[in-house]
Structures are given as structure tokens and as C-alpha cells.
Design a protein around this ligand. Structure first.
Ligand code: SAH
Length: 241
């Protein structure tokens, strides 16, 4: 090959790399604009007030947690499918539950229902450690590897039945349940610290109330917050709790 041809090939390759870099940068800027819109229109306007929660929702790249075919819808006002018949919650619900838990930087938080790993990432930005349990192996493994790629070192993913909680990690400052049982699981109540907060969708298979519980003097104080529809919490045989 002639020297000049070699040189022009090298130039073309460099230009290609620069162009590719520009496309990637432009894309991530577009996503950032979509996130700003999501934070303003779907969260702040509907009453989410916590600065740290709003900043975290602006920071975490939700489009990385949804399947390729739903990337374009990642910042819209809805829950989206993540495979295996499961869903990633609507951004407003993620923000609402996170704000309700009043997460502190020193908190250790338990999540039941890892799903895509998005809610775990949001929590991990705000607290010390997140322990998250997913019953569907494929989803748990996928979330675990994505969260490692994104360099979250304070998230621990376990495959198993979250109804039983994570006894060795207890007690927790906060517990978030993102699948729905008909009653509050006793093991989760036991694994909540005194003064700890739990948010959990309780009710029927197709309709639940998002309940906020606070443990005061060993008793659970309950407050209903929002009507919601989460996927069911199931045991290993597939039966709803
Ligand atoms: N928090 C998730 C959304 C999860 S959807 C996110 O941010 O993407 C609810 C998840 O709960 C599903 O993935 C479902 O498989 C899981 N799940 C259902 N029953 C469970 C159980 N008993 N223990 C742990 N996870 C469970």
C-alpha cells in the first residue's frame, strides 16, 4: 500500500472515531434534556419537593435500565416492561416512594423486587448501602451486572424470595417493596429498625394502596398515601402472597 493511501486511511479512521464520539455525546445530551423535562413536568410539578431526590432523578440514566426497544420511552410518564412479565415503575412513583422514605446518607436500605435495578440505583445515590432481592434469576443477574458496570459498589443483589427479607443484613433504616403482597410480611416488619420507615403496596392483585409504615415503640404506624398498581409479590411456586 502506498504511504499516501495509508495516511488517508488513518485520517478516515480518526474522523470516524471523532464523529462517533460526537454522536454519543449528542445522544447523552438529548437524554439529559429529556430527564430535565421529566423532573420538572412529572415530578416537581406534581409535588416532589426533596432536592436530593430531584437531583438523583436528574442524574441516574433511566434509559440504561429499560430494554433496547423501550429506550425512546424511558423518560415518559409510565411504567415500562422489562421482560419476564415485570415492569420498571413510572418515574413519579419511584420519586414518590424514595421521598416518602426520607432517606439519610447513613441509611442501610432493603428493597424487595430488584427488577431492572433502577430504583436500587436511585437509593444508592442517597444512602450508604442498598440490599436488594429479586426472585426471577434472569432479572436479578441482569440488574446485578448492569449496576456493577455503572460502578455501584454499595448495592448488594440477592436472588431469592424477598418475603423473608435479608435477616443477616437487618435491622434496616428503611424498606421499600416494589411488588405487591396482600399483607405486610411479618419478616419485613421484624427487620425494620426502631424509627425505621417502610413503603409497600398492599391490597388486591389489580389495585393497591401505597402504605407508609413507621416503627414507633415496636409498633407499626400506618398511613395510606396513593392508589397504585404493582406486579404481585409471589412465592417460588408463583403463588401471590
Ligand atoms: N424496583 C424495580 C421494579 C420491580 S417490578 C425497578 O426499579 O425496576 C417488581 C419485581 O419484584 C419484579 O421483578 C418481580 O420479579 C419481583 N418480585 C416478585 N415477587 C418477589 C419476591 N417474593 N421476592 C423478590 N422479588 C419479587
Amino acid at each position: 500500500m502506498k504511504k499516501t493511501t495509508k495516511l488517508s486511511n488513518a485520517c478516515l479512521a480518526i474522523l470516524g472515531i471523532i464523529f462517533f464520539g460526537m454522536v454519543i455525546q449528542a445522544n447523552s445530551q438529548n437524554y439529559s434534556v429529556l430527564r430535565t423535562r421529566m423532573v420538572n413536568e412529572q415530578l416537581a410539578r406534581r409535588g416532589i419537593k426533596s432536592k436530593p431526590v430531584l437531583q438523583t432523578m436528574q442524574k441516574v440514566e433511566r434509559h440504561l435500565f429499560v430494554p433496547q426497544s423501550f429506550v425512546k420511552a424511558a423518560y415518559t410518564d409510565q411504567a415500562l416492561p422489562i421482560g419476564e412479565g415485570q415492569t420498571i415503575s413510572q418515574p413519579y412513583i419511584v420519586a414518590f416512594m424514595t421521598e416518602a422514605l426520607n432517606i439519610q446518607p447513613s441509611d442501610r436500605v432493603l428493597e424487595i423486587g430488584t427488577g431492572s435495578g433502577y430504583q436500587a440505583a436511585i437509593l444508592a445515590e442517597l444512602c450508604k448501602e442498598v440490599y436488594t432481592i429479586e426472585i426471577i434469576r434472569k432479572l436479578g443477574k441482569r440488574a446485578d451486572s448492569l449496576l456493577s458496570t455503572l460502578n455501584y459498589k454499595n448495592i448488594f443483589v440477592r436472588i431469592g424470595d424477598g418475603y423473608q427479607g435479608w435477616p443477616e443484613g437487618a435491622p434496616f433504616d428503611a424498606i421499600i417493596v416494589t411488588c405487591s403482597p396482600s399483607q405486610v410480611p411479618q419478616p419485613l416488619q421484624d427487620q425494620l429498625k426502631e424509627g425505621g420507615r417502610m413503603i409497600i403496596p398492599i391490597g388486591l392483585e389489580n389495585y393497591q394502596e401505597l402504605v407508609l409504615l413507621v416503627k414507633q415503640n415496636g409498633k407499626m404506624e400506618k398511613k395510606n398515601t396513593l392508589p397504585v398498581r404493582f406486579v404481585p409479590m409471589r412465592d417460588k411456586k408463583g403463588k401471590r402472597y
